[in-house]
Design a protein around this ligand. Sequence first.
Ligand code: NDP
Length: 461
Amino acid sequence: MAEYDYDLFVIGAGSGGVRAARVAAMSGAKVLVAEEHRVGGTCVIRGCVPKKFMVYASEYSKQFETARGYGWDIGETSFDWPRFLMSKDNEIARLSGIYVRNLQNAGAELAHGKARLIDRHTVEVEGHGRVTADKILVATGGRPWMPADLPGVEHAITSNEAFHLTELPKRIVIVGGGYIAVEFAGIFNGLGVDTTLVHRGPNVLRGFDDDVRAHVAGQMEERGIKIRLGAQIGKIEKTADGLVAACVDGHNLDADVVMFAVGREPYTQDLGLQAAGVALDEAGAIKVDDYSKTNVDNIWAVGDVTNRINLTPVAIREGHAFALTEFHKQPTRFDHEMVASAVFSQPPVGSVGLSEADARHQYGAKIDIYMANLRPMKETFYGGQVRCLMKLVVEQGTEKVLGCHVVAPDAPEIIQMAAIAIKMGVTKQQWDSTCAVHPTLAEELVTMRDKHMPPSLGQVA
Ligand code: NDP
């Protein structure tokens, strides 16, 4: 008789939990996964994936304009929000189904219901009773938060609801300056919504390179997004005409929808973590070691609930590393260094490694900066105003490339490749020895010499 009902109990069927469960089950382990909502987690159900569909939908307004510049006659265009939502929901349902099938094919069981730890080996799943497990993995992710004490906050939404608005608003106020605020500002603006972004800081995208932040904000404004920096919402009121978001400085913003994108918090409520003795940090995230193990010997946690790097591919790698370590006898740690990320703003950002400010902080004056700010040939052809930014941060002496930052169409695709070289410790000489692919935008990255060199073709444009 086995001592426990399951070898592994996973709480949360998002990206990290599903990967861990599948890899563990492939070892022959008996695995049960509990999920209170739909299988797929934030990324598939109310995050990266539906967001990217919304970005695609919203980009067409600009593409129609570009097409005219290239000789196309395009009649009147219109956007059907309910039709888009239906297609989006169908696709999300299909993807969620694939996640379920992948779990089943690996031999893992799935229980729908909220799971709560009773003690370090016992979990109660709503509607399913109690089960015991040798090992437990918490992969419950994060949730958007809103300032609960803000008068009228009940009239506002978060990104969770933005995916299901029954009507496309005419005017939206988005609060925040991080990934979600910037991405949704681009989405709604592209869909024809009068969009205002209100951010408390001096510029959007804190943590990114300062030139990137300035470039993104400039391009957002160029596309018609109104950005109010150094501003805070003091209250939200419902009126006959919609909502009024009142800024603390006395400025009133009229809107149909006010959306808060002021960060996400680890989802640890009502999980019974205290009963099991699992320690949290000051931000409420589960504390883990390099192998994602908590302070309790048989409990691990991966993904956003640990608040390390809150990105889907990181959660997947953490879950995979946990399962290799614990079920395949291959001790594996995920390396959190040099993780590339993208912001799907318009144009988007791709970034890996140190910003100029962080590099100067770590290396003092021993930093070289290579930068290009250009209008790509696709834009110059018809007088379009999209400008791109490419920036390399290089350590003097070793010539090691410490950071690469791109704001350009396809920047997320470009940065994935650049990240391989940078993760391998590429030097600027090796980088430059790579011959350009012409004519592309990405070739700018390997043709950025020092400022004494004549400018490249793109820079001339
Ligand atoms: P972020 O942490 O990126 O940004 C939060 C924003 O809210 C910041 O601009 C912050 O300002 C502001 N803020 C925080 N508290 C307050 C407050 N009390 N009042 C006013 N403003 C406030 O959070 P997001 O919600 O945008 O995204 C959450 C996480 O999800 C991201 O960090 C990222 O890890 C992940 N994500 C990744 C995406 C991608 O990979 N493309 C897309 C979407 C999300 P300040 O800068 O001053 O602190």
